[in-house]
Design a protein around this ligand. Structure first.
Ligand code: NDP
Length: 314
């Protein structure tokens, strides 16, 4: 009989019917507690995971594949105790269109001042204001990957100029200049609107520091859809309060859920969304299909799709 496939996620048990559809005739085991994971990980070959516990990897002696549910793999890596033969895959690209759309929605909401218009509407106040334009503005993208490229294409169609960073710069038709990580400061200083789309790795943690935020153009905007931990949240609050930055939008936070006492809730001209930028109705189905495909590929002795470089961390 085929070996079982395992799922670990807070909502793991709810995935059983869909998992059984993607793995017909195969035992499916769904876990949502660290106790179940700790007790069983020693027998697992194929694991679909969202933020699994990190302290039991040395027990994972039969494990062949960890398929991460999303594009980010910082919930699994770094994992020094994980046996070196274990492959890690993600769902890179799956959310690229929805993420690019969400970035544009936030940028347009900020520049067209929609939060202020909605607040005035709730109070039945007729208060006119001056919307800003995207055309001719410089969009800086930190991390020109699958999502960054989807955003660059859409931003160009709206008449923006795009500059970006990549770990290893490769020319891109829609992007005027692509800098290596050492050029981050140049992109930050030149951008009218800066969008963070980097993976969270030891190299990118804390990258958008107070000094970089303070070096942005007066009246610029920052959007972070990538991961909390990359941007200095306290420094962002200070820049918004002083008016040095005109506005910002965050979908991701150092601590999630964002605690009710966080000063971010009250920061001026800050749009907050609860880590939903990449979500769309077919997301889960596509993630399960990718897991099924990678299990089948491994069993046929083929290379998996969307393999993650464990050493690089994304
Ligand atoms: P990709 O792996 O396709 O792209 C990552 C990009 O970042 C690559 O271009 C890479 O360069 C670049 N990069 C890596 N390290 C550095 C560095 N130090 N300096 C500059 N560039 C760097 O990922 P995606 O575009 O699919 O996703 C990006 C991130 O977005 C994910 O890791 C995830 O954390 C987050 N995300 C958030 C979601 C949400 O709901 N808010 C949903 C989906 C993703 P190179 O091309 O040279 O490798």
């Amino acid at each position: 009989m085929a070996s079982p496939v395992h799922v670990f996620a807070p909502f793991g048990k709810a995935l059983r019917p869909q998992m059984e559809r993607f793995f017909p005739g195969r035992p499916v085991v769904c876990w949502s507690s660290a106790e179940e994971f700790a007790a069983g990980i020693g027998t697992v070959e194929y694991l679909l995971a969202l933020d699994p516990p990190r302290q039991y990897w040395d027990r994972a002696v039969r494990l062949r594949l960890i398929q991460c549910l999303g594009a980010g793999v910082d919930g699994v890596l770094p994992a020094p105790d994980l046996p070196p033969s274990v492959r890690v895959a993600n769902n890179r690209g799956n959310s690229a269109p929805s993420m690019a759309e969400f970035a544009l929605a936030l940028i347009l909401a900020l520049l067209k001042r929609l939060p202020g218009a909605m607040a005035a509407q709730r109070e039945h106040r007729w208060q006119r204001f001056l919307p800003q334009t995207l055309e001719g503005r410089t969009l800086g993208i930190l991390g020109l990957g699958a999502i960054g490229q989807a955003l660059a294409q859409r931003a160009r169609a709206l008449g923006m100029r795009v500059i970006a960073t990549q770990r290893t710069p490769k020319p891109h038709a829609q992007v005027e200049r692509i800098h290596p990580p050492e050029g981050t400061g140049q992109v930050v200083a030149e951008a009218d609107i800066l969008v963070i789309l980097l993976p969270l790795t030891p190299e990118t943690r804390g990258l958008l520091s107070a000094s970089l935020l303070e070096a942005m153009k007066p009246g610029a905007y920052v959007v972070d859809l990538a991961r909390g931990g990359i941007l200095d949240e306290a420094a962002l609050c200070r820049c918004l309060e002083s008016g040095a930055l005109a506005g910002a939008a965050l979908d991701v936070f150092a601590q999630e859920p964002l605690p009710p006492e966080s000063s971010l809730w009250e920061a001026p001209n800050l749009l907050l969304t609860p880590h939903v930028a990449g979500a769309f109705p077919e997301l889960l189905e596509r993630a399960l299909a990718a897991f099924a495909e990678n299990v089948a590929r491994l069993e046929r002795g083929e290379e998996i799709r969307n393999a993650v470089d464990r050493a690089r961390g994304y």
